[in-house]
Design a protein around this ligand. Structure first.
Ligand SMILES: C[S@@+](CC[C@H](N)C(=O)[O-])C[C@H]1O[C@@H](n2cnc3c(N)ncnc32)[C@H](O)[C@@H]1O
Length: 212
């Protein structure tokens, strides 16, 4: 997907106090960054940040980290955070490929929200639910593993259910239409989700767990 480039995005993002500019420095030390031992939840590909910011507002006893590759995408999140006080939120501008440089066994939940589906076979390894990513997640999960995934893309959803189950995850909740499920699922919308919801498109959802 092509994203609009914003002038000086790098400077805007790196000067935001919520942004951790050298995340590798804090590997195994995120509890010191947050100043507490609360669970840490990580969103990969947070885009413009609506989801992670609202999660941080709604759940102050959980620490949240939003990671995003493109600084221009992050600018909106940075603007939304002006005059906010969210000590339980940090942002990282980096490639999800590098998460092992940033985290030890510190993460309790990973959110994969409207991740790029990479439909071509040649790009399969870029999918956030490819086995290589699942193996990386193993190395940053603190103990029990939890991946919450939302997508509008049926093919990517089917693929993810397959890789997750092959990797011994079990499914706590699955929905083929998150917003119209007969058993409502607590949910905070992402920027992309809001758009798809307004268009009436179904959102696929899975809450996958692996408990030792
Ligand atoms: C379709 S958007 C979804 C954004 C947001 N999660 C939402 O639901 O509104 C996918 C996001 O993932 C980001 N992304 C793609 N590949 C990435 C990578 N390897 N590491 C970090 N972010 C990535 C993109 O830049 C984009 O912002």
């Amino acid at each position: 997907m092509e994203y609009i480039k914003i002038k000086d995005a790098g400077k805007i993002v790196s000067s935001c106090p919520y942004v951790v500019n050298n995340p590798a420095k804090y590997k195994n030390k995120w509890k010191d960054v947050f100043g507490n031992n609360n669970p840490i939840h990580l969103e990969l590909g947070m885009g413009r940040g609506d989801f992670i910011i609202n999660m941080a507002k709604q759940y102050p006893k959980i620490n949240f980290i939003g990671l995003e590759l493109y600084d221009s995408q992050m600018v909106m999140a940075v603007e939304r955070l002006v005059n906010q006080h969210l000590p339980n939120l940090k942002l990282i501008n980096a490639d999800a490929m590098n998460i092992l440089d940033f985290f030890g066994k510190e993460i309790s939940t990973i959110y994969l929200t409207f991740s790029e589906p990479w439909p071509k076979k040649i790009d399969e390894k870029k999918r956030f639910t490819h086995i290589n990513y699942l193996k990386m997640y193993d190395r940053i999960f603190k103990k029990d593993k939890r991946i919450v995934l939302k997508t509008d893309n049926k093919g990517f959803f089917a693929y993810s259910l397959e890789t997750l189950s092959q990797y011994w995850y079990s499914f706590e909740r699955v929905s083929l239409d998150l917003h119209h499920d007969e058993n409502p699922i607590p949910n905070i919308m992402t920027d992309f989700e809001r758009q798809y919801y307004e268009e009436g498109r179904p959102i696929y959802y899975v809450d996958a767990r692996f408990n030792d």
